[in-house]
Design a binder for this molecule. Sequence first.
Ligand code: GLN
Length: 445
Amino acid sequence: MTLAEFIERVDRTKPLNAFISTDPVDIQKQIDDKIEGPLAGTFVAIKDNISVLGQPLTCASHILEGYTALYDATVIKKLKAAGAIIAGKTNMDEFAMGSSSEHGCFGAVKNAINPEYVAGGSSGGSAVAVATGVVDVALGSDTGGSVRQPACYNGIVGFKPTYGRVSRYGLVAFASSLDQIGIFSRTVKACAETLEVIAGEDRHDATTVDAIVPAYSKNLESDPHDWKIGLPVEYFTEGLSDAVKRVIDSKVKALETAGAEIVSVSLPHTEYAIGIYYIIASAEASSNLARYDGVRYGLRHESSDMNEMFTQTREAGFGSEVKRRIMLGTYVLSSGYYGAYYDKAQRVRRLLRQDFETAFKQVDALITPTTQDTAFKRGEKMNDPLAMYLNDIYTVSVNLAGLPAMSIPAGFAPNGLPVGLQIIAPAFQEETIFKIGNLIERLES
Ligand code: GLN
């Protein structure tokens, strides 16, 4: 793709509000550099919470106004070295908190299939940039579902690697025990090619693991008869819409007809996942976001009193959802409540992890719907945070357990909106997901 073609695509899709910034001079320079590598010439859009040297880094927040990134995140370094063209920064929920990409200071992202609907979130801009064909691949971050859910709502592939598989150096921290950089693409193969490039141990991120990164994209074929797949009963109960259930059932049936063994499994602590997630994620966020104080980054509201300066900067700089999380997180960590909320949540998190360990003794992978329903109308859940949080009901457990998972297009609901199917595998078994995803991509159903 030439720079002119890229700009034409960005302009054509401008009403969807997927991009926060693009830098034509920088793109042309990267094109001219003609770096050889596995992703040579591939345009990659980057969620605006990942650091790209010399580019603005906003997290869609007023508090980072005027801040320019001082270094390339490890994933960006690796993409550039593989020949990829870093094409621009994408719109999102402020600090990646949200499920609709309506909570950012640059306005809402609109769904690629039907602009009346939300793009999903928090990496909505990256999902829309790929779904509309502006770029081939995009990066997002997935703390509780922020890659898989928008991928599902826009009808593309969205992948969250195992915790520790991809370096977060240069990713703005939201909830450090959950955050992972993820990939959007239109095919399983493109996703596999990208993971091969960005995965691996990094001395700048102590949570990365020294594990071999297989050549995923060269190894996508498998015999359906080799797979034993579990359907967790807790993901197919009340709350799941009929339209989504029908689409998922038909894909699972097709997989079974092709030869895979399908069994029922149980993840008994699933009902606690949302509660635990919003305690742990908010607690970690309240700590991570303490650094935005008017001194180190971006916005500053002057005052003769230092504490007043902190307060006014944070009051003016953060949006309401971010403030809600900081307050929630501060509350669950405060003395007297720590044991009842944060500590208890960590204990139940352990039980949830054990649920998956038990299930993976019986099956190679799990299949669930990615979300309970298709995308919702823009504005519909803005005044109902709980309804917004419940969007993540099928995605947060994977982050709490540190597992890899993919949302892959499964078909369309009668309302014309896409349905996503989630594949979950044991830690560091990404190749299982790619192989099963590759089979599902080819199924007739
Ligand atoms: N929607 C979830 C939240 O608001 C997940 C966000 C994410 O994965 N970044 O916290």
